[in-house]
Design a protein around this ligand. Structure first.
Ligand code: NDP
Length: 498
């Protein structure tokens, strides 16, 4: 299957168009660097048109004040459409990102669940009444949409990330302008095609949901635009800071999901085979291009030598290949530039004294030479002073640090500016709970790694972000809270004497 060339990938004011200045961008397949599709490259003028359209659609009130059931129906229709086109979307995601088809199918299913979750949650929202202490007054607290929301997403989970934002934003009655990463925009374009049918069916105003494809400058234009009320951004820490700065000018609400340097803590009482197995998934799923990747393995001294030997043996056996091919366990990195960045991290780690136990090289198979592959890499002799332990590598590079006691494990795990996710492995239930409580992370897995559900919040402590996606808090991000007080029989109160 070849994706359709789509130079009219801007969806603004209810119709598809090319960029105003005609600029385009070629999207490539990371497996073999071949051209996949051409999409429009939005300019600042296109962004401005999209924001104005979203503004007008919001201000007219037809969507913001539509019955919640009507907004929920759009999400449900889109969820149904995702499932109907599940295989097509999964293949498109694999072609665009390089991840395996199994992972892409999971992403489509997760996106579907999130749409259904917010469709259901939104219809249970009734606000609350508050005791005024007076028989002649009633008071209620209600939640209303924020307004125009800019939704900016990264390249690693394109369909899933945009759905995590779009579903609660639309459920709450906002209008939106979405901007996917320039590197992997294709499933977002397809999602908007499917969403369009639901919006039309619901009679939503043109401009309720807009899409601009383009690079960083389009994202920056959104973060700065005075017509935008909220920016929900997922991406790197440096870009997140710049979004926050840009948003400050008009005091936009900001929700940031940034990176992580996530500890996977393994105590010596854990079953070795199980913990090794999960350590591999934690670190190397999607070639480590996962914000919550367990890229720091903290191993208790004891059976650590045996653990590392098994880890390295199994890392060396991971089958790299075309994400569409049966038997592939790991795809390539997303681009040549990104692989070069990961390789620079690796070279720096070795210069700082890390010892290579697996990988560290590009694969030698002829059929993988055109793609951006790097072998899953295990580094030992690592310590918190090293850049590779402190900075997000966002590739298949796992560092191993050793510890003796529980306190030391917690201190090592928390010794990072990030606070997104991590895990603790132990058979001692008391210790598991103690450690989970002390970890400064938005998500802690006990004896597991990576699972999440739409009902539970996702987000980071510290510099991993502000706000939460998923769960009830994920809806609140897109709502303003309003207190309405009503006096039933007003009469003069003569606070000031007449
Ligand atoms: P980037 O920060 O480079 O980009 C994220 C998005 O922001 C892209 O759409 C990008 O456009 C856009 N952008 C670039 N510059 C600006 C700007 N100045 N103002 C506004 N928007 C801008 O991240 P990556 O795409 O490289 O994604 C990887 C990062 O995302 C990692 O750090 C990862 O940890 C994080 N991430 C976090 C998650 C979480 O839940 N916490 C989940 C997934 C990823 P373009 O790509 O076109 O340049």
């Amino acid at each position: 299957m070849r994706p359709v060339v789509r130079t009219t990938s801007l969806f603004i004011d209810g119709s598809w168009s090319a960029a105003a200045d005609g600029r385009e961008r070629i999207v490539t397949n990371p497996f073999d660097a071949s051209d996949l599709a051409t999409v429009a490259e939005a300019s600042t003028a296109d962004v401005d048109r999209a924001v104005r359209s979203a503004r007008a659609a919001f201000d007219v009130g037809a969507w913001a004040h539509a019955p919640v059931a009507r907004r929920a129906a759009v999400l449900t229709a889109t969820a149904d459409a995702l499932q109907e086109h599940r295989e097509e979307l999964a293949r498109l995601e694999t072609l665009d990102t390089g991840k395996t088809l199994a992972e892409s199918r999971f992403d489509v299913d997760d996106s579907t669940s999130v749409l259904r979750y917010y469709a259901a949650l939104a219809t249970t929202e009734a606000g609350r009444t508050v005791d005024t202490g007076r028989p002649d007054a009633v008071s209620r607290v209600v939640h209303e949409p924020v307004g125009v929301c800019a939704l900016i997403t990264p390249w690693n989970y394109p369909l899933l990330q945009i759905t995590w934002k779009l579903a609660p934003a639309l459920a709450a009655g906002n209008t939106v302008v979405a901007k996917p990463s320039e590197v992997t925009p294709l499933t977002t374009v397809r999602l908007f095609e499917l969403l369009q049918a639901g919006l039309d069916e619901a009679g939503a105003p043109a401009g309720t949901a807009n899409l601009v494809t383009g690079g960083g400058p389009a994202g920056a234009a959104l973060a700065e635009h005075p017509g935008v009320d909220l920016v929900s951004f997922t991406g790197g820490l440096a870009t997140g800071r710049s979004v926050m700065r840009a948003a400050a000018e008009t005091v936009k609400k900001v929700a940031l999901e940034l990176g992580g340097k996530n500890p996977n803590i393994v105590f010596a009482d854990t079953d070795l085979d199980t913990a090794v197995d999960y350590a591999l998934t934690a670190a190397f799923l999607h070639s480590g291009q996962v914000c919550s990747a367990g890229s720091r393995l903290l191993l208790q001294r004891g059976r650590h030598a045996e653990f590392v030997a098994e880890l390295a043996r199994r890392a060396d056996r991971i089958r790299l290949g075309d994400g569409l091919a049966k038997g592939t366990e790991c795809g390539p990195l997303v681009s040549a530039e990104h692989r070069a960045k990961v390789e620079r991290h690796l070279a720096g780690a070795l210069a700082e004294g890390a010892v290579l136990r697996a990988g560290g090289v590009r694969p030698d198979q002829a059929e993988l030479q055109a793609g951006h592959f790097l072998r899953p890499t295990v580094l030992t002799e690592c310590h918190p002073g090293m850049a590779v332990v402190r900075e997000e590598v966002f590739g298949p590079v796992l560092t191993v640090e050793l510890f003796d006691e529980e306190d030391e494990a917690v201190a090592l795990a928390n010794d990072t500016p990030y606070g997104l996710a991590g895990a603790v492995w132990t058979n001692d239930a008391g210790r598991a709970e103690r450690v989970a409580q002390r970890l400064r992370l938005g998500t802690v897995w006990i004896n597991d790694y990576h699972p999440y559900v739409p009902q539970a919040e996702w987000g980071g402590f510290k510099q991993s972000g502000t706000g939460r996606e998923l769960g009830p808090s994920g809806l609140r991000e897109y709502q303003e809270t309003k207190h309405v007080w009503r006096t039933l029989n007003p009469a003069p109160q003569y606070w000031f004497a007449d």
